[in-house]
Design a protein around this ligand. Structure first.
Ligand code: GRG
Length: 298
């Protein structure tokens, strides 16, 4: 294991140990939806987004325990997107993180509600008394999170464009695919860096550098995901692969081919690393994370 992998593994262990504290089970029959929420949330996952929140905040001296609630909120929101993405009406997947998807393990209605529950809970966490930051910081985080997740240039907008791109010979495919990747996947990764910067009260130049870094790794992350959909291992990815081609989706791979898509991702990671130069070597972990995103197999 590299130093970076063991650092990430140790983060995941602590993060996963703390998560159950946030999910007390209601006594009534409504506990079913909380069980479904926690089933999907605790079902593995690389935890890259919460790691990114904590590591970005740590650049400014904020301890990971203090960033935990913001990091957990983002993972809740990310998990909601995975549950809804897997639904029969969207991607219709049976497997996620190597386990039955939420609607397979429970049922479709419960999965829809579990997604809704996680989305709502994300905002409750950010704005609630468990978040140790002042109201002004919480409010800023809420606004950024809503913007990143929503339909006005956020994840839901990206997912909508993604659905529309199926079997649609787009007029300007390069522009559309860049917008899809930036919004669908990039916005939550960008929120992770923005959140760390807000928690750490970053200065304007640092904030700008982190936003640039996040934009670059966000698009690279999705390009690598598209590549792994073609040549990855279903066991390592924990989901059914080959669906992009089957559904006729517009991706960097469908547009440029595997080799060129890989080169585009490599260039984006180089640019992400350059953006970190303002931190004079203090952001080495973020640099490692960028390389990890490029070389990941799961
Ligand atoms: C309201 C129906 C409805 C949808 C909400 C579904 C949705 C909007 C957005 C989906 C966005 C989505 C699933 C993007 C894919 C992003 C992506 C590559 C996710 C996988 O991230 P990893 O590899 O997963 O970090 P783990 O399991 O490691 O957390």
């Amino acid at each position: 294991m590299t130093d970076f992998s063991s650092h990430l593994a140790s983060f995941c262990k602590t993060f996963n140990q703390k998560l159950p504290e946030l999910f007390p089970l209601p006594a009534g029959a409504e506990r079913r939806v909380v069980e479904a929420m926690f089933y999907s949330l605790s079902n593995g996952g690389k935890r890259l987004r919460p790691f990114l929140v904590c590591e970005t905040a740590a650049l400014f001296g904020i301890a990971p325990e203090k960033s935990f609630i913001t990091a957990a909120a983002l993972e809740c929101l990310h998990t909601y997107s995975l549950i809804h993405d897997d639904l029969p009406a969207i991607d219709n997947d049976d497997l996620r993180r190597g386990k039955p998807t939420c609607h397979k393990q429970f049922d479709e209605a419960t999965a829809i509600l579990a997604g809704d529950g996680l989305l709502t809970y994300a905002f409750e966490l950010v704005c609630g008394s468990q978040n140790p930051f002042p109201a002004e910081t919480q409010s800023r985080l809420c606004s950024l999170l809503a913007d990143a997740a929503g339909a006005f240039g956020g994840m839901v907008a990206g997912q909508t464009l993604d659905l529309l791109s199926e079997h649609d010979a787009a007029a300007a495919p390069q522009d559309i695919i860049t917008r899809i990747e930036e919004m669908k996947t990039g916005r939550l990764l960008r929120f992770a860096c923005e959140a760390g910067a807000v928690l750490g009260q970053a200065g304007a130049a640092e904030y700008q550098a982190l936003t640039t870094y996040a934009r670059k790794i966000g698009t690279a992350f999705q390009i690598v995901d598209d590549i792994l959909d073609v040549e990855g291992s279903p066991e390592l990815m924990g989901k059914t692969l080959g669906k992009d081609a089957q559904q006729g989706k517009l991706t960097f791979v469908s547009l440029y081919g595997l080799a060129q898509a890989r080169r585009i991702a490599e260039n984006l990671i180089d640019e992400a690393l350059q953006a970190l130069s303002v931190f004079d070597g203090r952001a080495a972990v973020l640099g490692e994370l960028a390389r990890f995103i490029l070389n990941r197999r799961s």
